[in-house]
Design a protein around this ligand. Structure first.
Ligand SMILES: CC(C)(COP(=O)(O)OP(=O)(O)OC[C@H]1O[C@@H](n2cnc3c(N)ncnc32)[C@H](O)[C@@H]1OP(=O)(O)O)[C@@H](O)C(=O)NCCC(=O)NCCS
Length: 211
């Protein structure tokens, strides 16, 4: 055992009392200066939503009764393929580089294999060197660039008029616009196109490997 390795890293399912600590650890880790895209999509609804829809793929690592880290994932089934998707992974800075993420990922992947996953996906900011190194070391590859474009609607010639129109309509009716429907990171990133490309590549690789 490495000198710095903690005695016990206990991995278990995320419980209701873990929601706030996991959210706050994520806030600490996914900072806007380091990883703007991760920061933009991390909020308490990520944790609450996944705890609600995918509790079996929401795990935490406990070390000496402290939150060591968390992993939040989901399973996606497309045609005959089942993908495991790691949506969020974070390790308490105090316990980084001690094998916590390694354990969390291994446990999640075992669960996903039990549930039929034969391909794992993960996405992160390409500038995120610790994560890139970590995932490569775990065996992830076939990196694909994913470009995020943005547009300020209030500054757009056409859409800004639509915004004004909606605002005036709401004022006339005397109500405030309702809360927008939330889109989770998984829904943003795991577009059919990205997934289909991966399936095509994986099947091609399988065929090539068997020749
Ligand atoms: C990426 C992260 C999850 C790794 O967690 P961890 O528990 O420290 O990782 P492990 O100890 O299990 O694995 C360590 C391996 O990962 C890589 N690694 C981890 N941190 C690294 C760093 N700062 N620099 C370079 N490589 C690093 C190395 O290959 C390392 O192996 P080594 O220690 O033998 O060199 C952690 O740094 C983290 O929480 N980062 C912020 C959140 C984040 O970016 N999450 C991923 C995107 S959702």
């Amino acid at each position: 055992m490495d000198f710095d390795e903690p005695e016990t890293i206990y991995v278990r399912e995320l419980g209701i009392d873990d929601i706030a600590p996991v959210y706050h650890l994520g806030e600490e880790l996914f900072t806007s200066d380091l990883y703007p895209f991760l920061y933009r999509t991390w909020d308490e609804w990520e944790v609450i939503g996944l705890y609600n829809t995918d509790p079996e793929y929401c795990l935490v690592a406990e070390i000496d009764e402290q939150l060591g880290g968390f992993i939040l994932g989901t399973i996606i089934t497309k045609a005959s393929w089942t993908y495991g998707y790691i949506l969020w992974l974070g390790v308490n800075p105090q316990f980084q580089r001690q094998g916590v993420a390694d354990k969390l990922v291994d446990r999640l992947i075992s669960r996903m294999i039990e549930d039929g996953a034969r391909l794992m996906l993960v996405d992160t900011d390409p500038e995120n060197i610790p994560a890139m190194k970590f995932f490569k070391r775990k065996g992830f590859g076939q990196a694909r660039q994913h470009i995020v474009l943005s547009m300020n609607l209030s500054k757009h010639e056409h859409y800004s008029r639509l915004i004004d129109y909606e605002r005036q309509k709401a004022e006339r009716a005397g109500y405030k616009p309702t809360r927008p429907v939330r889109t989770r990171k998984s829904q943003v990133i795991a577009s059919d196109v990205a997934l289909n490309n991966l399936v095509v590549d994986s099947t091609k690789n399988d065929k090539e490997a068997s020749v």
